[in-house]
Ligand binder design. Structure first.
Ligand code: UD1
Length: 324
């Protein structure tokens, strides 16, 4: 299939492009390189530098390439920032997504795969979290993801464009074959911050609270390897083609890992100490967030292959070592 990947030079985007190419798809990348890197582009995929807020450039890209499918991962994703600067998230995430959706319809795209988030659920009311869990985003970023799922659902009804919304849990790791060499710019997530503390790029890791209701008191999350997420995108296209029905699925592994588990694994794998300090809880954080991925497994046959803690940390460590 001809697939356009919007945000294909970014962290999850570049892994997804690699996977789609490996599956034999013809891929073109559209990215403004605000957080993406040319280093993470592949020569087999054509590249168009453009911004999703520029409708003319989106139109030119899509009408030239004429894709049957789109993957949309061009979004801001810092939950904390979205509470301070919601305007930025409204413009880029909401207006930008509507531009893509409108141009996709105008250019005859049949299938739309959207990068959604577990942030749509908010604080878990029960666990593991399945797709029927109430939607109650607790940050504006999560709300933008939910709003876009809503637009896609309306455009399915009104225009017949079929979509898959993939609700990622905590994306982590780097390509298991080491093919993605550019590190995420200004990372805000736990595992890259642990790497920065080990390599001396930051003085220490701040552990946000050790009085949570979890086995060791630190926050527990469901980390899913970026290669597994990438595979999820290609499977989503297979599923859309097979059934011609839109769907929403969680991509997580139903495996809880604490902040201290991550620190211990990083120390074992790197052979170095992680300088860290326990501080106050971070506003908006919760004890545990664990996915129920049964639907992705039953519907698309998706099963995580690389999301064990060892592989998550090893691949990230290798990427950081390669960038020393
Ligand atoms: C992440 C995303 C959020 C997304 C969610 C589910 C960010 C910043 N957050 O949230 O947008 O909706 O996954 O997809 O991208 N921690 C520390 N010290 C640090 C950083 C983190 O102790 O310096 C702890 C946190 O308190 C938490 C765990 O590590 O318990 C994971 O944090 P993080 O990587 O920021 O992810 P989430 O907060 O789960």
């Amino acid at each position: 299939m001809k697939i356009a990947v919007i945000g294909g030079a970014g962290y999850i985007g570049s892994h997804t492009v690699r996977e789609l190419l490996d599956c034999g798809h013809e891929v073109a990348v559209f990215d403004n390189l605000s957080s993406g890197l040319t280093q993470n582009l592949f020569p087999e995929a054509s590249f168009f530098k453009g911004d999703i807020l520029n409708v003319a450039s989106l139109h030119q890209f899509l009408s030239d390439f004429k894709p049957q499918g789109i993957v949309h991962l061009a979004a801001f994703k810092a939950a904390g920032e979205s509470m301070i600067a919601p305007e930025k998230y409204s413009v880029n995430n909401i207006t930008g997504s509507l531009n893509i959706i409108n141009e996709a319809v105008a250019c005859g795209v049949s299938y739309f795969v959207f990068s959604s988030s577990a942030a749509v659920y908010g604080t878990p009311e029960y666990m593991p979290i399945d797709e029927n869990h109430p939607i109650n985003p607790e940050n504006y970023y999560g709300y933008t993801k939910f709003a876009i799922e809503g637009f896609l659902s309306w455009y399915d009804k009104l225009k017949g464009m079929k979509f898959a919304a993939l609700r990622y849990f905590n994306a982590a790791g780097y390509d298991v074959q080491g093919r993605i060499t550019g590190l995420e710019k200004n990372p805000a997530n736990l595992i890259p911050l642990v790497m920065e503390a080990i390599t001396g790029k930051r003085a220490e890791l701040l552990v946000f609270g050790n009085d949570y209701n979890t086995p060791d008191g630190t926050g527990v999350r469901d980390y899913v390897h970026v290669n597994d997420l990438a595979i999820g995108h290609s499977m989503a296209f297979d599923q859309l083609q097979k059934t011609n029905e839109s769907f929403i699925v969680n991509l997580g592994v139903q495996q809880g890992t604490s902040v201290l588990d991550v620190i211990k694994a990083a120390e074992k794998i790197s052979g170095k100490k992680v300088p860290y300090r326990i501080v106050e809880r971070r506003l908006g954080d919760t004890d545990s967030v664990i996915a129920d991925p049964t639907k992705a497994s039953k519907s698309m046959g998706w099963k995580a292959k690389y999301s064990d803690l060892d592989t998550l940390i090893k691949t990230t460590w290798h990427a950081y070592e390669a960038n020393k």
